[in-house]
Design a protein around this ligand. Sequence first.
Ligand code: GLN
Length: 485
Amino acid sequence: MENFYKLSAFEIREKILKGEIKSEDVVKDIFERIEKIDNKIGSFVNLRKEKALAEAKIVDEKIKNGEKVGALAGVPVAIKDNMVSEGDITTACSKILSNYTGVYDATAVKKLKEADAIIIGVTNMDEFAMGSTTKTSYHKETKNPWDLEKVPGGSSGGAAASIAAQEAFISLGSDTGGSIRQPASFCGVVGLKPTYGRVSRYGLMAFASSLDQIGPIAKNVRDIALCLNVISGSDDYDATVSSREVPDYTEFLGKDIKGMKFGVPKEYFIDGINENVRKVIDEALDKFRELGAEIVEISLPHTKYAVPTYYVIAPAEASSNLARFDGVRYGYRSENIKDVNDLYVNSRSEGFGDEVKRRIMIGTYVLSAGFYDAYFKKAQKVRELIKEDFDRAFEQVDMIFTPVSPNTAFKLDDKKSPIELYLEDIFTISANLAGIPGISIPAGLADNMPVGIQLLGKPFGEGELIQAGDAFEKIRGEWKLPNLD
Ligand code: GLN
């Protein structure tokens, strides 16, 4: 059989639509790939092989009969373990949900299904999306396909690894403070965090509701555009979703970017950036110059407050969102119960991992009566200042260019403290606080590991990010994923 897994989502879709290949064969090929390599990588925590094959046959039948099919007809895609899918186990990679089966489809998942995509499985992540290594998953570790001793990043580490290891064509991730962009950068693939409100969060297990967004991870920008077309748009089940019209994002492909103005924030080019990462970033900026973009220095003066602000707001919202896991309604219940207090305390103590507990404690602390004004309220104010920094910048420039992470992927056994890990989020977190879109695109290698660049856009400026990202990919040239055979 031909190795379909090496193609892009766009190419697979074209071939399926033309009737050159059958979705069923593509699904078989992708499972062959997964069965061969996923014991090394660990991208998936659950697979839907039988269901996927049956669904692929239905799509093939529709195409054979000349019926209308959706925009991702027959294309194998993966979803992160925090998006519910009816009848499938969804655990947020937590013990507390280890026995939970989805009773409905998250809107993004429903839209994929309606677009005739084939959901092949569910990918590994940090527990409740809290982390940047995928190591806090209750189930297992995921390895970086570029170096099996390194982390894939997180929290959507399984999603990014599944694309880098060519085990799926598109993988949905979620991003609260960088969880799509950072693993995409660490794994040498493309990841887009849409504007807050572009994609419905209905059925996404909430971490920090004012920051969370679902977005696609794929091999290239074109596939990102294809998927964004499908998952974006209004939803009666999520009041925070914008009813703004969804453009055809593929129309932004192949356009030049001459005269586009890129802002480079001086606060993002700090000493802490690894020297070889810096080189790749600088070369990428030169490529944008070659493409005719105008590069200007800008200032986002409140950048240094982004990490502390996020680590007040995100845990505060998390502590509230996670209150629903109490051993009563669903999920894990402790067996060690004498009274109702034990039911709550022991179910939660046994069901949550350390990082989740740490965030619940920080969150309840900053929301408590005595500290609310000093921490939570203050953080909300600083959040507004961070947002205003971007508003001001976007009066001058069309988009903002930054690194994704100060370093490439680190070793799995690297014992970083929680604070050290939180500080690594410095370049991704502000976009969530401001609600703006960001894309991470592989730019080159530093010490044989991929380095991503980040483009941040105006609210609902995903089209321009896709336009600039696609132009960049063309000038950068072919991007080879690691050979895992
Ligand atoms: N690394 C960040 C955190 O630990 C971001 C996580 C995310 O975006 N879900 O909270």
